[in-house]
Design a protein around this ligand. Structure first.
Ligand code: NAP
Length: 198
């Protein structure tokens, strides 16, 4: 969020999978940076948590709302930073809603991981040129040099009550396959962890 998104105070940031492990931190870090933050999540219950506990300014339930119309309502001037965890059609919609010089942090594309064919093409790719957008991917294992800073800041923010999280613990290594499936049906809450031993 900070290194690629470079969020500035008062800017508008959108985060997908906002109630998930990664997304919930992205929402809160953007709030700490002084931004207006709109989450996208897959249930009313998740959206309530994103707004009430994570202090996002709004959250779009993509299962019941039209994302594009909701973004037009929540971000009429457009989006400065999109932290993308889902890819696919949601990314395409956001391309169309970005402001000039917007930044897209490509963290994950979970809507595409199980696709048997890669047929998706973004209709709004031309916006990358006309709006001079930055789209940059990252993989956290390339950035262990940031770990010390991240632990320091996250622990401090948590102690100050500015970072909240929840953990969904599954017991036993043999339950790993069904636990992994929950990442895709969205039935877990927060960071999904398999506990292999006490
Ligand atoms: N780049 C990196 O280094 C890095 C590291 C870790 C994770 N990631 C990526 O970050 C993303 C979130 O990972 P996480 O571990 O924090 O998981 P998570 O957000 O806790 O769980 C995944 C969530 O994705 C949503 N989802 C599942 N299928 C979807 C679909 N077809 N369309 C839209 N949303 C869908 C569900 O939330 P809803 O109920 O809200 O739909 C689900 O709860 C993933 O894309 C993951 O690959 C990237």
């Amino acid at each position: 969020m900070l290194e690629i998104g470079k969020p500035k105070p008062e800017e508008t940031v959108v985060v997908s999978t906002a109630a998930g492990a990664v997304g919930s931190l992205a929402v809160q870090i953007a709030k700490i940076a002084g931004c207006r933050v709109i989450g996208i999540a897959g249930s009313a219950d998740k959206c309530d948590w994103v707004v009430q506990e994570l202090r996002a300014d709004a959250c779009i339930n993509y299962r019941t709302e039209d994302i594009d119309q909701a973004l037009a309502r929540h971000c009429p001037q457009g989006v400065d930073v999109y932290f993308d965890n889902v890819g696919g059609a949601t990314l395409d919609i956001l391309l169309g809603r970005m402001k000039n010089f917007g930044r897209i942090v490509a963290c994950g594309m979970i809507s595409e991981y199980n696709a048997e064919t890669r047929l998706f093409t973004a209709r709004n790719m031309l916006d990358v040129v006309t709006k001079r957008l930055l789209i940059k991917g990252f993989v956290c294992s390339d950035h262990f040099d940031y770990a010390e800073m991240a632990y320091r800041d996250l622990v401090k923010w948590h102690q100050e009550g500015r970072i909240r999280y929840r953990v969904d613990e599954v017991q036993g290594l043999s339950n790993t396959p069904s636990a992994v499936r929950r990442l895709f049906d969205g039935s877990h809450r927060g960071k999904l962890v398999v506990k292999v031993a006490d």
